[in-house]
Design a binder for this molecule. Structure first.
Ligand code: URA
Length: 246
């Protein structure tokens, strides 16, 4: 929301009085005077008018969780424990999930209360990859690597999956990198090559790796570098594309 709108709404101040307050240097945003009416503010910003707090600004949270098997990746569930139940932060109710995993899947999940940040992870246009370790019931035929790279047609959604990078580690284990996240996507892909996923673990989301010292069921805040790596990644990829075209 624009700062002038937030001020105008305050006790029905109106937009003219709000603009005058800004021009007169009576408004602070995160403790610095701002005069710019069109400045964007989020609910994480602290705003004062004549010293009076109009908005306290809530804590922005960016967390990683090592999801164990059997936990539902949802914020509420009537029957099962959810990933939110594993987070012992007083503001956990403000969190949402930046992408889901099936109940049986383990590994890296990101949680935040910053919708603009999570959008960069969940929206396909930003191209943030997700890397998984897959175990299968039957041995994998090396020929399927090409099938995953070509994509599979899913009639339910009428789409062909984006090229996926499958690296065989041994007869029953592979590393798979996807640039999208469709419903049960990996299980459905292996079904298409007459195989079955028996274990699935997410190792990484874009540049953020699940650390080896974070046990299942545990979480920690992202470091500022991890948090910003998502934004940098998006910026660099857009920049590289523009640069390639020149
Ligand atoms: N694909 C699946 O089939 N399950 C997951 O949990 C994630 C990706």
């Amino acid at each position: 929301m624009k700062l002038v709108r937030l001020l105008a709404k305050h006790r029905s101040l109106g937009s003219q009085a709000a603009s005058r307050a800004l021009a007169g240097g009576r408004v602070t945003l995160n403790d610095a005077v701002v005069t710019e009416a069109n400045r964007e503010v989020t609910r994480f910003d602290h705003v004062r008018l004549d010293g009076e707090v109009l908005q306290t600004g809530c804590r922005a949270l960016y967390l990683m969780l090592h999801k164990p098997s059997g936990i539902v990746s949802a914020t509420h569930d009537p029957a099962h424990r959810t990933v939110i139940d594993l987070i012992d932060d007083p503001d956990r109710e403000t969190l949402h999930l930046a992408g889901r995993l099936d109940r049986s899947t383990t590994g890296l999940m990101l949680l935040t209360n910053d919708g603009a940040w999570s959008k960069r992870i969940t929206e396909k246009a930003f191209g943030i990859t997700k890397t998984y370790l897959v175990q299968t019931r039957d041995p994998m035929d090396p020929a399927i690597v090409r099938d995953f790279a070509r994509g599979f047609y899913f009639a339910t959604e009428n789409i062909t999956t984006q090229p996926a990078e499958l690296t065989l580690l041994d007869s029953h284990h592979a590393r798979l990198t996807l640039s999208e996240g469709r419903y049960h996507q990996i299980k459905r892909m292996f079904h298409r090559v007459q195989n079955r996923v028996t274990a699935l673990h997410r190792e990484a989301i874009g540049p953020i790796q699940l650390p080896h010292d974070l046990p299942p069921g545990h979480w920690r805040p992202l470091t500022p570098a991890e948090r910003d790596s998502i934004l940098r990644r998006v910026f660099n990829e857009v920049f590289d594309e523009v640069f390639d075209e020149v």
